[in-house]
Design a protein around this ligand. Structure first.
Ligand code: PMT
Length: 227
């Protein structure tokens, strides 16, 4: 288990009292009773965001896939496992949310069926059939009717700003936090990250820093987008 040390500085801007919903961590999509598909997200970036928003006096609900992290103090916490569970939980908890930050690394595909018993080895290849999971970020405006500030993440390996801006427009986001997940030492699993904040008319690159420091900046920026 790990604890977060938040930076001592206090970000300026709006005094607490807003309601944040944050997703974090990976999802797990079962293949059989003992195996699943997942990814390298540790939840660190999302938990740092939850801690930063709480530190500023906001109400925070953190919806997380499986991680080994401690939940930041004072944060309401809901643990989920699958993309479908995360989708259902986000939809059910959106009422009254002012700022939603979707940082989870949600599996884009899941097995079409989950084997009832452990899949046995046999000669030759095993072919898995996968289907799309629900797109939580893409449903926020169109299906859930969410009207608050919407911040998505983009995990890219090339053309960071162009891909992120396309995501911003297609998913109705107010801001995309873009990170290059092909670079060593940042992104998935690391203590540090390097991100570009992309809004309709600007792209602001932040320096390589701890995820806790970056979380403060992201929360600050998201709050500045409130009407
Ligand atoms: O958890 P860490 O180890 O600290 O790593 C942090 C991180 C690399 C996971 C984080 O910084 C990050 O990039 N999170 C987003 C990862 C991701 O899945 O990116 P994407 O480009 O595939 O997805 C774009 C956006 O859609 C994201 O906001 C994602 O939460 C959302 N999404 C994706 C698929 C899906 N079915 N539903 C979604 O809501």
């Amino acid at each position: 288990m790990e604890n977060y040390a938040l930076p001592n500085e206090v970000s300026g801007g709006r005094m607490g009292g807003m309601k944040f919903l944050i997703t974090a961590g990976p999802t797990r999509e079962a293949l059989d009773p003992v195996r699943y598909l997942t990814n390298r997200s540790t939840g660190r970036m999302g938990y740092a965001l939850a801690g930063a928003a709480r530190h500023e006096g906001h109400d925070v609900v953190l919806i997380s896939g499986p991680t080994t992290l401690d939940v930041p103090e004072g944060v309401d916490f809901i643990q989920v496992e699958t993309a479908q569970q995360m989708y259902d939980t986000v939809r059910d908890l959106l009422r009254g949310v002012d700022v939603a930050i979707l940082c989870a690394a949600v599996a884009d595909y899941r097995p079409v069926s989950v084997a009832e018993h452990k899949i046995k080895k046999s000669e030759g290849r095993l072919v898995l059939e996968l289907e799309r999971t629900p797109d939580i970020l893409g449903s926020m405006r169109s299906e859930f009717g969410y009207k608050g500030v919407l911040v998505g993440f983009a995990a890219e390996t090339q053309d960071l700003v162009a891909h992120a801006r396309e995501k911003l427009l297609r998913k109705g986001c107010d801001m995309i936090v873009a990170n290059d997940v092909s670079r060593p030492g940042i992104g998935f699993g690391s203590r540090e990250n390097e991100v570009t904040l992309i809004t309709a008319d600007r792209a602001e690159s932040l320096p390589r820093e701890t995820k806790e420091w970056l979380a403060m900046r992201i929360v600050e920026h998201a709050l500045s987008l409130l009407p």
